[in-house]
Design a protein around this ligand. Structure first.
Ligand code: NCD
Length: 309
């Protein structure tokens, strides 16, 4: 019940309430206010795949709220000896109060959630979903635009293997955004996802032209081509570096348009963009801390005070 494996695990009402909680938690996330709401609680950070922001922001979130963290990686543990995910999760069930899991296999988070009693937060399962990233993405969009409804959000790059955009597109449609999907044909959004999005009456257009999509955009969400998910290196070579944005591309953009990226960037965003008012990706990465604080509190059944000071 308190698992978050896909965005379907959260109602629109819950999403808005988590975003509201996150906003109040910003001073705690920055370390300006001490609020040990999760004192005595233990988070297991289960990372079977590389991570910088997701792992560190979950750890920062837990520690800023007075909790502690058990860090697990697949290197240096019994995974190397052949221990199964099921068995490892049985240990975690006894050692921690809540677990975050990232795994290269799609479905691994749901499998873990089914295998244990403690709440599971999916931090990325293969090319599947990444719902906690979506929460910080929604927070960043709301922070910039004050709403989601009616915004034209352009999702760019690897829409096929990119789990961030799979979760995000669902959530954006639920809140009434219009989507422009920009990718090379080989990396287009999986058909079943597009069908699902359209079935709710959403306005979605698909093309491969990034520069033509800039003038009407309220948000441009760039993504990395997910090299590690390609079955063939040559296929990756054909699309590597296909979309890039720099400050010179911002001339025709709306004043309030924001550029987001879940990071890491590997050439999609030229550093010249960083100092423009459009760049939001570092702020977006920081927003992982307050939103994950709110998600941890929700998972552990802890209410965030209406006034945080
Ligand atoms: C993303 C991921 O792991 O899916 N990173 C992140 O969590 N911020 C995006 C990516 O790796 O390209």
């Amino acid at each position: 019940m308190s698992d978050v494996v896909t965005m379907d695990d959260l109602s629109n009402e819950e999403i808005l309430s988590i975003l509201d909680d996150s906003k109040r938690l910003i001073p705690v996330a920055r370390g300006d206010v001490h609020l040990p709401l999760l004192e005595g609680k233990v988070l297991a950070n289960m990372f079977y795949e590389n991570s910088t922001r997701t792992r560190m922001s979950f750890e920062a979130a837990m520690k800023r709220l007075g909790g502690s963290v058990l860090n697990f990686t697949s290197v240096g543990t019994s995974v190397a000896k052949g221990e199964t995910l099921y068995d490892t999760m049985q240990m975690v069930d006894g050692y921690a109060d809540i677990a975050v899991i990232r795994h290269p296999r799609q479905g691994a988070a749901q499998y873990s959630a089914d295998a244990v009693d403690i709440p599971i937060l999916n931090a990325g399962d293969g090319a599947g979903n990444h719902p906690t990233q979506t929460m910080l993405d929604l927070f960043t969009i709301m922070e910039a635009h004050g709403k989601i409804e009616g915004l034209n959000v352009v999702l760019v790059g690897d829409l096929r293997y990119g789990r961030t955009v799979h979760s995000l597109s669902h959530a954006l449609i639920r809140f009434g955004a219009k989507l422009t999907l920009v990718s090379p044909e080989t990396l287009s959004m999986p058909e079943e996802i597009v069908r699902d999005l359209r079935s709710s009456g959403a306005e979605i257009s698909e093309n491969s032209d990034l520069s033509g999509s800039i003038p009407d955009a309220d948000v441009i969400y760039m993504t990395r081509i997910q090299k590690e998910r390609f079955p063939d290196e040559d296929e990756y070579a054909k699309v590597a570096g296909i979309y890039t944005l720099g400050s010179k591309d911002m001339h025709g953009a709306k004043d309030g348009m924001i550029v987001m990226h879940p990071l890491p960037r590997v050439g999609e965003l030229h550093p010249s963009l960083d100092s423009t008012p459009h760049a939001r990706y570092f702020q977006q990465a920081f927003n992982g801390v307050p939103t994950r604080m709110a998600l941890l509190c929700r998972g552990l059944g802890v209410t965030i005070p209406k006034e945080v000071k």
